[in-house]
Design a protein around this ligand. Sequence first.
Ligand SMILES: *[C@@H]1O[C@H](CO)[C@@H](O)[C@H](O)[C@H]1NC(C)=O
Ligand SMILES: *[C@@H]1O[C@H](CO)[C@@H](O)[C@H](O)[C@H]1NC(C)=O
Ligand SMILES: *[C@@H]1O[C@H](CO)[C@@H](O)[C@H](O)[C@H]1NC(C)=O
Length: 469
Amino acid sequence: MRTSFAVAALAATYANAIAAPAPQDVEALATPEETVDGLIGLSKNSTCAHDPNNSKEVIVMLDKDQVPEAKTLLNKLGRQADNDGVFDVMDNSQWSAIVMNATSKCISYLDDLAEVKMVDETAEVKSFVTQKTGAPWGLQRISNDAGASGDPSGQDFTYSFEDTNLGAGVDVYVVDTGVRVSHAVFGGRATEGFSFTDTAADGDGHGTHVAGSAAGAKFGVAQNANIIAVKVLGDDGSGSSSSTIAGMNWVLNNHEKRKTQDGFVGSIMSMSWGLQGTADSVDQAILSALDAGIHVSVAAGNDGTDACGTTPAHLGGANSDVVTVGSVNINNEVSSFSNIGQCVDIYAPGEEILSAWSTGDNVINFLSGTSMATPQNSGVMAYLMAQNPTEFGQNPKALKAELLKMGRQDVISGSLGGSANLLLSNGVNGAVTKKRSVTGSPASWAKKLVDNDLKTRWVVTSDDSTLRF
Ligand SMILES: *[C@@H]1O[C@H](CO)[C@@H](O)[C@H](O)[C@H]1NC(C)=O
Ligand SMILES: *[C@@H]1O[C@H](CO)[C@@H](O)[C@H](O)[C@H]1NC(C)=O
Ligand SMILES: *[C@@H]1O[C@H](CO)[C@@H](O)[C@H](O)[C@H]1NC(C)=O
């Protein structure tokens, strides 16, 4: 078939002059005599009628010299651009294409048409997904659509990811009770950075657990990131806002130093604590960190109320580039303790989270709280930063936008108090593993070994008063 743009335009005028066929005549008119879009000689052929049951999705590339617009061929096939089975119609200065479902009969018909350059079956674009089995449920939840099911204390879920860097080169500052840097899951990647006392050792466990979820081997998201302990809370889990500011001051200075070093990707402050109200001083320190290009991930709080009432959670939502993180359980239900509302940006697994513990280098423990959801968010941030350092390494605004764009929408049930219904995702839709029995596993002995009723640990006090868990 030879058709030029000039011919098409003229023929269209001609077509306007002939009466449209009555609807009941459409079948009968699918003959060589019928014109397409008024194009004389471009006769309609019904070989490509939509058959959803026997089709393959194909990309039909058109010969621009033969047919100027994809729509012209579509008309010839008797298919509508907005019909079932036609998924995309593309035209540009270089080429035209149609993405549609076609039967094998239709495909060979298309193959023979002069105006068709090629017909390609749509190929699944496979990402290079790597998987680690033996993971806690949260890592499975953030790395596939289906999520996780079964006993959340199991350790045989599957963590899927595309970028095997897993946060390499990113500094995750765990601003918390300190970190047991010698713990097995850190493999030498954890260091003591700052402490308001004489050591950043973790006499409590909270900070070690958080660090393990952000970046620990086996239990963490960004399993190659650097962990830097910034101890602002005491071994009883309490502290003062002035300590948090001192900690952030140290982070800012260290970030500037690290920026000049080889292999540096960017910095994240992971902060699983809060005040009882708000504090301008702490807010200022956080906003300055953002200005310096440091990413900030904070917990929504465990009071089951609106997160907008406390520092630093209230900096989330539209208020700044801080990412405020709420908690869900294995069934995608918002945790009863989780703060909610417009200052919460995203929800992450926060119930029965298995991670490192501070009483020994091989001790693990289950904790629940928005404190546990937050480091998983920090881990995904580190993952994205290492995956694309140029775009996201030191750009809190761009990274937050990407993180929210990737979140899985509308899968959380329960009252969210006006926050977006968004679940943390690393952008991968990986495998799902069904949990087996955990009897006798390290998970079960660790569960017995230590107290797990920690949902009330993370509590907030005001400005200069004591912080409590
Ligand atoms: C459509 O084209 C096919 C293949 O060239 C041909 O066998 C068939 O008869 C045509 N049908 C109509 C209705 O023109
Ligand atoms: C397209 O074809 C696939 C089979 O390859 C089928 O699963 C799908 O339902 C079809 N969709 C439509 C709209 O025809
Ligand atoms: C496709 O298959 C289903 C189930 O076998 C059937 O009900 C339906 O009518 C078929 N549709 C077409 C267009 O053949």
